[in-house]
Design a protein around this ligand. Structure first.
Ligand SMILES: Nc1nc2c(ncn2[C@@H]2O[C@H](COP(=O)(O)OP(=O)(O)OP(=O)(O)O)[C@@H](O)[C@H]2O)c(=O)[nH]1
Ligand SMILES: [Mg+2]
Length: 437
């Protein structure tokens, strides 16, 4: 069957089904939400997406091995920034990461989407989820401990080993057979706590982990509770750790059924105000109002159910697009990584160049580490690089301190040229070939 016929047939079915859905109104949100979402992949031109997606991903894998990986290995990008990519990183299903203070309804949201609890899920008004839980598709219902998940080559979580065993004991994978999980993986997270004491008691780098998951995710849902609007210091740090992924963030004012319309308006305004201060961006954040509890919604104020329903539909539209956009996001992340690897190579080779040839090496190394900001600025000027793309100086210093700079490689222009060619020609050609097929 020609691709065009598949396309027109599936999109017609989709339109018909969506309109028949609206005829069935009113329905509880939970039912419509789940059905629209879980039925999407079967009614979309799935075959085409799958074909294009896998061809493009295979092309990226090839380019990675031929052109980018040699640069990463030569300049130890894997030790400084991010472990080398494996096949499972490329093949991973799109991910939705849920973040928020405790009891904002993160686990309830996943339960609502699946219409079922995932194995090991706990829901309650007190802090309940104490682990990062990846909820993914599997042949049977079970939980797999973090240490096991991290060493499984067919799972894209090997990079998490760098956070140590203390973190891995707070990491878990929960599998179950489910049509929605065939297309999306959810990541539930422990609620961000408000006191400084709790932060100090965490035995692992919480914000490092959120930042790692943020880079791998397609959408980050930041959930707020109308009764807990204050943004604690730890939550602020978590939000800061999402820097560079702003386009993935969706803010949800959850449990909105708990307040009346007047309160909701005031809370909405207050949330916008505090978000503006934390995100520090000139644009206004889009905030969705929602309630994903399975109890009937009891807030029938002036705006009533209609507002909730429309807001949830908007959020649903965003979520439904995830599988379609997943390939674009992978390309985007790949290009970002290639740029970061180039900057990293420039920095490392510059440091090597600054070392004396014969004597005074230890002293010179210490001086370079102490004045790393100045060296970064020199690299930036020499190669005309954007300052915002440079790595965090303190983290770089920390890793650098255990290395002998003299053993680093000099700049290899051919390797940089290969990556430039990949960005300028190979990737656009790959997209042109398969997007037009
Ligand atoms: N009224 C109302 N209650 C909700 C809603 N969503 C969740 N709840 C309740 O809020 C409480 C906390 O829900 P959880 O899903 O456990 O919250 P969480 O964010 O996963 O919490 P932690 O795992 O502790 O961080 C539970 O008692 C839920 O029943 C909602 O939309 N409306
Ligand atoms: Mg939870």
């Amino acid at each position: 069957m020609s691709i065009y016929r598949v396309l027109s047939r599936s999109s017609r079915t989709f339109t018909l089904l969506s309109s028949s859905h609206s005829l069935l109104k009113p329905q509880p949100f939970s039912t419509t939400f789940f059905h629209q979402f879980s039925s999407f992949p079967h009614q979309s031109p799935n075959e085409i997406f799958k074909f294009q997606h896998s061809e493009i991903i295979d092309g990226l894998k090839r380019l990675y091995i031929q052109k980018l990986m040699p640069l990463e290995v030569t300049y130890r990008f894997n030790d400084f920034v991010s472990p080398l990519l494996t096949d499972s990183d490329f093949d991973a299903k799109p991910m939705v990461l849920l973040l928020g203070q405790y009891s904002t309804g993160k686990t309830t949201f996943i339960k609502h989407m699946l219409q079922n609890s995932y194995p090991g899920a706990h829901i309650g008004p007190e802090p309940t989820t104490d682990k990062f839980v990846v909820v993914m598709s599997g042949p049977d219902e079970r939980t797999i401990p973090g240490n096991t998940v991290a060493v499984q080559a067919d799972m894209p979580f090997g990079g998490l080993t760098s956070f140590g065993t203390a973190f891995l004991s707070k990491f878990e994978c929960s599998t179950m057979p489910h049509p929605l999980l065939e297309h999306i993986t959810f990541v539930d997270s422990p609620g961000v706590l408000s006191g400084e004491k709790q932060r100090l008691e965490r035995s692992y780098d919480f914000t490092g982990v959120t930042s790692w998951f943020a880079a791998k995710s397609d959408i980050i849902l930041l959930l707020f509770d109308p009764h807990k609007l204050d943004i604690s210091d730890e939550f602020k740090r978590v939000i800061t750790s999402l820097k560079g992924h702003d386009d993935k963030i969706r803010v949800v004012l959850n449990k909105a059924d708990q307040v009346d319309t007047q309160q909701l308006m005031r809370i909405y305004g207050a949330l916008m105000w505090s978000l503006g201060k934390v995100f520090n961006i000139p644009e206004i954040m889009r905030v969705y109002i929602g309630s994903f509890n399975d109890q009937p919604v009891n807030n029938i104020g002036v705006l009533g159910n209609e507002l909730f329903e429309r807001e949830q539909e908007d959020l649903l539209t965003d979520l439904k697009d995830i599988p379609k956009k997943a390939c674009d996001r992978k390309i985007n992340e790949f290009v970002k990584r290639a740029r970061a690897a180039k900057i990293h190579a420039y920095i490392i080779s510059h440091l090597k160049k600054e070392m004396p040839i014969v004597i005074g090496k230890a002293k010179a190394q210490q001086k370079l580490i102490d004045n790393l900001e100045v060296e970064f600025a020199k690299v930036q000027r020499e190669f005309h690089l954007p300052a915002g793309d440079f790595p965090n100086v303190d983290h770089f210093k920390e890793v650098l301190s255990v290395y002998n700079i003299d053993k680093f490689e000099k700049l290899k222009p051919k390797m940089i040229q290969d990556v430039d060619d990949m960005l300028a020609h190979d990737i656009p050609n790959l997209l042109k070939t398969f997007r037009n097929s």
